[in-house]
Every structure is written in structure tokens, then in C-alpha cells.
Design a protein around this ligand. Structure first.
Ligand SMILES: Cc1ncc(COP(=O)(O)O)c(C=O)c1O
Length: 306
């Protein structure tokens, strides 16, 4: 198991007070905080002299390497069957890994997908950078649809030869600071281990379901088995509007999210205007879930839920 109390020391923002209360940050599905290790790595690059990638031989260019994210790509199981069926129908498959790669081991080989994309900022990295995995054979068969500097091996008047993949798909000067930060984030998560990250979130979800399950009027959406549930508790308490709930929780120093969560069709299917959502990550603790439970009790009193 990971040590969340120790990890918290890498995230000084968690010491912040909000409305005089200790911050409880439960909006991690939207955007987790950044550890000092990622911040320092980006600062170090900016401080020591920046340069472009691949293009030069001076010392500053030479220290720049792009990080492979393969070591965090370690299984999303239901997706595997869907990918197989899509392939049987002759389709290519792209997996949106934005909410899986930061939270569990994901093995693109076992999945068998053609593409998998995820965002850096959802896994302790900076914004504006992400990863697109592309199956090796496709990398070789496909040509880029955007062109720019650095992707050219030879240019003649009537013929162009691209460099080897993946560089041929990376035209122009990339987001170097972002890539360095994402590399540091990958290293940070790898040092914890994605299995431990997943187990920690499973434990927090189990604790939450046990704790909130007995609160009268509490509707928790999604599966009740922590083994098949992400590190997210989406809920409504009686008929309290999610935005009212989020406002009240903010007064208690708790950052949750309220609204449609980019899933308006699901909200329509559930016949609800929206939901509140607490989403967990490596630095969250059972103690913080107790704070949220207390805030729910306060909401019950304020909104006169019996
Ligand atoms: C499943 C999923 N896909 C994609 C995105 C959007 O990612 P980005 O902000 O990098 O476009 C999100 C953001 O919340 C997400 O949860």
C-alpha cells in the first residue's frame, strides 16, 4: 500500500486553508495537484537554459530527452472485449485513457487497441501536454496529416521522406516544458507503482461506500463493488441541488465538483439535473472522507433532510 501521509508532503498546496478550514481536495478527476518533484523539474529546465529538442548539438540541446510513458502503460478489462468486437467488424479502435491511465495499470498490448490517448494534467503533470499511443505497424504505415519542422529526413523538389516514427508525427517545436513535467510525473507515479495507486483508491472507495451508505437520503451512482468502480463517488443527497451541495462543502474547505461531469446523456437517463462528485487520488485519506461525511450531516440539517 502507498503511504498517503508521506505523499502529502510532496503537495504543499494541501496545507492551504480555505475559509479558515483545512483544504480537502476531492476534485481529482478534473485536475489533480502537482508534486514539488514535477514543479522542480520544469523549473530546472527553465533555469538552466532552455533549448529546442533534437535540433542542435550544443550542451543544452543534448540534455533534452523526451520521456517514454510506456512504464505507466502497464489493464482495462471491459475495454478488451469491446476492442476485440470492433476489430472483428474491421474497425480501428481508440481508447480514451484520460481517467484510467492516471489511476491503474493499463497495458496497451493486453488491451490490443490501435490508439490510446491520455492527458498529462490528470496524472500530476502540466496542462497542454498529453500522450497518444499508436500501434507500431500503424506508425509505419501512416503518413502525418500535419507537417512542420523536424519531421523530415529528406526534402527534394518533388519528393519528401519523413523521419522515423514517432518523430514524423511531431511537427513543429513541441511543448518542451510540458514534456519535461509530464516525464517527471510519470517517474513520480512509477516510483509509487500503479498497482498501489489503484489499491489505494479502491480502499478509499470502499471506506466511502461503508461510511456514506448508511446516510439516509444518500444516492450513490454507479457500481457498489470497489473492485469495478473508479476512484470516484458521484452522489445526490435527497433533493439538494448539486451546486448547493458544492457551495456548502466549499464553506467546509472541501473541493468537490457538481454538475453534469461531461455526461449529460447519463444524467438524462438517470432523471437527475446533476450530481456531486468526490474523486480521489494518491494523497487523499480516510480522515478527509470523514470530513466530507460531517459536511453531509451539516447539509442534512441546513436543508432539513429527514
Ligand atoms: C474521459 C475524459 N476524456 C477526455 C477529457 C478531456 O481531456 P483534455 O482536457 O485533455 O481535453 C476528460 C477531462 O475531464 C476526461 O475525463
Amino acid at each position: 500500500m502507498l503511504n498517503a501521509e508521506k505523499i502529502r508532503k510532496d503537495f504543499p498546496v494541501l496545507e492551504r486553508k480555505v475559509h479558515g478550514k483545512q483544504l480537502v481536495y476531492f476534485d481529482n478527476a478534473a485536475m489533480p495537484q502537482i508534486p514539488v518533484q514535477v514543479r522542480d523539474k520544469v523549473n530546472e529546465y527553465l533555469r538552466n537554459g532552455r533549448a529546442n529538442v533534437h535540433r542542435g548539438i550544443h550542451v543544452i540541446c543534448r540534455v533534452l530527452t523526451f520521456t517514454a510513458a510506456s512504464n505507466v502503460l502497464g489493464t482495462i478489462n471491459p475495454a478488451r472485449e469491446m476492442i476485440k468486437r470492433a476489430h472483428d467488424a474491421g474497425a480501428l479502435t481508440i481508447v480514451d485513457g484520460a481517467q484510467s491511465v492516471p489511476h491503474m495499470p493499463v497495458d496497451v498490448k493486453k488491451l490490443g487497441c490501435d490508439f490510446l490517448a491520455f492527458s498529462g494534467y490528470k496524472m500530476l503533470g502540466p496542462t497542454g501536454i498529453g500522450v497518444l499511443f499508436m500501434r507500431k505497424e500503424l506508425q509505419e504505415q501512416w503518413n502525418p496529416y500535419l507537417v512542420g519542422s523536424d519531421m523530415i529526413k529528406e526534402v527534394h523538389l518533388y519528393e519528401t521522406r519523413y523521419t522515423d516514427p514517432p518523430v514524423k508525427f511531431e511537427p513543429g517545436t513541441p511543448n518542451i516544458e510540458g514534456a519535461i513535467g509530464l516525464g517527471a510525473a510519470v517517474d513520480y507515479l512509477s516510483s509509487i507503482g500503479m498497482d498501489s495507486v489503484r489499491k489505494h483508491e479502491e480502499q478509499l472507495v470502499k471506506y466511502s461506500l461503508d461510511k456514506f451508505g448508511s446516510i439516509k437520503g444518500m444516492n450513490i451512482y454507479g457500481p457498489r463493488d470497489p473492485k469495478i468502480k473508479g476512484g470516484v463517488i458521484s452522489f445526490n443527497l435527497a433533493d439538494i441541488h448539486a451546486h448547493d451541495m458544492a457551495t456548502l462543502m466549499d464553506e467546509d474547505g472541501i473541493a468537490i465538483r457538481s454538475g453534469h461531469h461531461c455526461a449529460q446523456p447519463l444524467m438524462e437517463r438517470l432523471c437527475i439535473p446533476g450530481a456531486s462528485r468526490a474523486s480521489y487520488y494518491i494523497y487523499n485519506t480516510e480522515r478527509e472522507i470523514d470530513v466530507l461525511a460531517k459536511s453531509l450531516e451539516r447539509a442534512k440539517k441546513i436543508f432539513n433532510v429527514v
